[in-house]
Write a protein that binds this ligand. Structure first.
Ligand code: PEP
Length: 251
């Protein structure tokens, strides 16, 4: 990573790209994207592809590989799950926590996000905590209340030291995978709420807050120019290596 936090481009591949396809992706991406100061590139492949992606990016200090999810227990009878120590062993240095698909498709609770954040920090992984409101909550004027509730639950018991190892992503649920992104001014307003909440708890001023939700080549520059937006978390538009190379080259 950059010594001073740079713009962070995070790619969430969701349930795409197994180990073979992931290695091909990285080769095509590397052919187009040299390391650049002031820019960090994080990739979140499926768990089965972590080791292949970490190996393919070896020698690129601007790249960090992370897991899309991991259980809070280090081991045990949790069929189908992977633990923080396991993903770390496979090459992950970060982990997504509380992605809206974990919350709203798999039923992850606020309390579970808290257990995952604490387990990640104990393992030495950087949690990338996702928060964001659903459309009905936005329409009811409850965006700030929802985001603060999610922060309080996920970061209960996490002190200033832990907050120093955290990245937050504001991802309005209604914008994820829908093609409809938040307007830069709306994102900036929610980022300010998140920053104020974190600052009141002793978070470092350089803690990065990303925006996610239908980011693409056409809107990335405007979203990154919004006050308080330190980077982007991108799903669909990160799946094509050439397209993603163009997006990360846009700053
Ligand atoms: C995401 O998965 O975090 C995301 C923002 O997806 P998309 O870019 O496809 O909206």
């Amino acid at each position: 990573m950059s010594p001073v936090p740079g713009i962070l481009y995070a790619a969430n591949w969701k349930m795409h790209l197994g180990p073979v396809g992931a290695a091909e992706y990285v080769a095509r991406f590397l052919a187009r994207v040299p390391a650049s100061p002031g820019r960090d590139l994080w990739f979140f492949p499926p768990a089965v592809s972590l080791a292949a992606v970490a190996a393919a990016f070896r020698g690129r200090p601007d790249v960090l590989v992370g897991a899309q999810d991991a259980h809070w227990e280090p081991k045990g009878a949790f069929t189908g799950a992977v633990s923080m120590p396991m993903v770390a062993e496979a090459g992950a240095r970060a982990v997504l926590v509380g992605h809206s698909e974990r919350r709203h498709v798999f039923g992850e609770t606020d309390a579970e996000t808290g257990r995952k954040v604490r387990a990640a920090l104990e393992q030495g992984l950087l949690p990338l905590l996702c928060v964001g409101e659903k459309l009905a909550e936005r329409d009811a004027g409850r965006t700030a209340a929802v985001v603060v509730r999610q922060l309080e639950a996920a970061l209960a018991g996490v002190g200033a030291d832990g907050l120093g190892h955290l990245v937050v992503a504001y991802e309005p649920v209604w914008a994820i995978g829908t093609g409809r992104n938040a307007q830069p001014a709306d994102a900036a307003a929610v980022h300010a709420v998140i920053r104020d909440w974190l600052a009141a708890r002793g978070a470092p001023a350089d803690l990065r807050v990303l925006y996610g939700g239908s980011v693409k080549a056409e809107n990335v520059v405007a979203l990154l120019a919004a006050p308080g937006v330190d980077g982007v978390l991108v799903g669909g538009a990160s799946l094509d290596p050439e397209g993603w190379a163009d997006i990360v080259g846009s700053s």
